[in-house]
Design a protein around this ligand. Sequence first.
Ligand code: BTN
Length: 265
Amino acid sequence: MEELSVASIEKGLTTAFMGRRIIYYRSVGSTNDVARELAVQGAPEGTLVIADEQTAGKGRLGRRWLAPPGTSLLMSLLFRPHFLAPRQAQRLTMICSLAVVEAIEAVTDLAAAIKWPNDIVVRNRKAGGILTELGIAGERLDYAVVGLGLNVNLDWGALEAMGELVAAATSLSQELGREVSRPALLWRILENVESRYRRLRAGELPHGEWASRLITLHNHVTVDTPQGTVEGWAEGVDADGALILRLYDGKRQRVLAGDVTLRKR
Ligand code: BTN
């Protein structure tokens, strides 16, 4: 299976700017942290920070992101989305998660979906996640770092050894029964992100397409939010990515962040 390196990535890159500047590490703390430092130093849009191993990988809501060395895509992309207000930043995450599910389907033939807000799901198990971090300048975004962790070539043993959330986790190789080329996935992801980003910049809203890929909608759900737990019917999402819940007392609630469990009722 092809290793990751600047040369192996550049070889098949078809993009104009996404991933055209590559910072590769065999091992690093967190690719998101490096990308944020580079953003502050003025690095250009499309800068890709990618590693074979992270020693301090970060997940959403303050969690860790674990992945054995050489098994995964652990990467962060730098955007300069000055056309977006901070509350619209989830639009970037939407285009990236759409880019990832489409790349998985193109490269592997597996069906992939999204669990609100940013989980990449294959056969109802989590194969990846996205962590977006922002730099804000007044009313606008100065930069956004979109970090992706995708379990590519991990078997059950490796997933179990990671300990956390294993029951709900999977990898592409686990579901497919064979290894998957990380460079091939990466090329496709970058290509998809670039074309979707151009469309976003031109004013196209991604939430309709994103909603059609969400396994969360039209289900009874429990959402653990930083403010507490809410339960209801997942009715839809809005243009900024909030989950619209119909509570059981009939009221509507907009949820911006949290973990969703789908329930039978
Ligand atoms: C989640 O909790 O589902 C989001 C996980 C995001 C993990 C990726 S791995 C590459 C990038 N660097 C990090 O420290 N985190 C993100």
